[in-house]
Design a binder for this molecule. Structure first.
Ligand SMILES: NC(=O)c1ccc[n+]([C@@H]2O[C@H](COP(=O)([O-])OP(=O)(O)OC[C@H]3O[C@@H](n4cnc5c(N)ncnc54)[C@H](OP(=O)(O)O)[C@@H]3O)[C@@H](O)[C@H]2O)c1
Length: 284
């Protein structure tokens, strides 16, 4: 079975690799040619030609940054998507996903949104949490492929529902990280032993595993080699805020978190691990 993966970034590269290792014949497209080099080592066919990547396969899997990138890759030359199934894995807004679905269907294709929770390690081991939005038939068609990337993909509902669920989860990434950074900052400024704080936190209902995952990075103020960079957390927080406004939710608390993430971007932390917002909340 042939599949073209669009985007050889942090997620696209391990996803393309995992699919190739699972027996799919993968073609990888990327705008910047240098990012395709590592995939060539895995005998993956690579191209910087969008039309070629579309023509190669029945399944087109997108791991692009945002809706703007998707629109530019898919619709610049108005290709036909007859008999093609587009699986969209990036984090975008529900209304953006619905707009893209409508355009693909107008051009004869099928569309499934399939955003994921998890990062590079889970993409490498096929253990991503895959959420799908679309019709039953398209989902069933894509299920064997999705199962190579996640053990238990779930169909959430129509297009837009999985995108909304993914934003709801990423809102928690932003809020939990900001909340933990603030508490850790006070612990450190007041000279409280960090292990005593963590020991009580771990025993409590307030604990989330992400706290321990990020503790070392925050303690060392070491945010290099990210799996998920600050710039994408800002994108997702802004998408959540837009969706929350449309849904008449009071998201003022998150506006403060968004402003902290935006400050991190101005301090050259855009391409660092998102836990770098600790440096804004508790400056050195
Ligand atoms: N990293 C994670 O842990 C993670 C987890 C779950 C979901 N996600 C989501 O998955 C998506 C991809 O994430 P990532 O971490 O792999 O991002 P990334 O490393 O920044 O890669 C982004 C990809 O999009 C391409 N791109 C951006 N703008 C483009 C344009 N105008 N035309 C063509 N290509 C364009 C980039 O191509 P170039 O190389 O040419 O710039 C690159 O291939 C994002 O929506 C992200 O929020 C990420």
């Amino acid at each position: 079975m042939k599949i073209s993966v669009f985007g050889a970034g942090l997620m696209g590269t391990p996803i393309a690799d995992t699919l190739q290792q699972s027996g799919y014949k993968v073609t990888a497209y990327n705008r910047t040619p240098s990012k395709l080099e590592t995939l060539k080592d895995s005998n993956i066919q690579t191209t910087t030609d969008i039309s070629e990547a579309i023509a190669q396969s029945q399944y087109l899997l997108l791991t692009l940054s945002d809706a703007k990138a998707i629109e530019s890759v898919l619709f610049t030359n108005s290709p036909s998507f007859t008999n093609k199934t587009i699986i969209q894995m990036g984090t975008i807004a529900p209304n953006e996903s619905r707009d893209i679905a409508a355009k693909i269907q107008e051009q004869g294709g099928s569309y499934l949104e399939a955003p994921v929770l998890g990062s590079i390690p889970q993409a490498k081991t096929g253990t991503l949490l895959v959420m799908a939005g679309g019709d039953q038939e398209t989902y069933k068609n894509c299920l064997p492929l999705l199962q190579k990337l996640g053990e238990e993909p779930r169909l959430i509902g129509e297009v837009g529902t999985a995108a909304a669920l993914k934003l709801a989860l990423n809102q928690l990434i932003a809020s939990l990280t900001a909340g933990f950074s603030l508490s850790l900052g006070l612990i450190q400024k007041e000279g409280v032993d960090v292990e005593s704080f963590m020991a009580i936190l771990r025993e409590s209902a307030l604990y989330a595993p992400t706290f321990d995952k990020k503790l070392q990075r925050m303690g060392d103020r070491q945010f290099t080699n990210p799996n998920f960079p600050t710039k994408h957390l800002l994108k997702d927080t802004n998408l959540f805020l837009q969706a929350a406004e449309a849904a008449a939710l009071n998201s003022e608390g998150l506006v403060g978190v968004r402003d902290i993430i935006a400050q991190a971007i101005t301090k050259n932390l855009a391409d660092q691990d998102y836990s770098a917002i600790y440096n804004i909340i508790n400056p050195e």
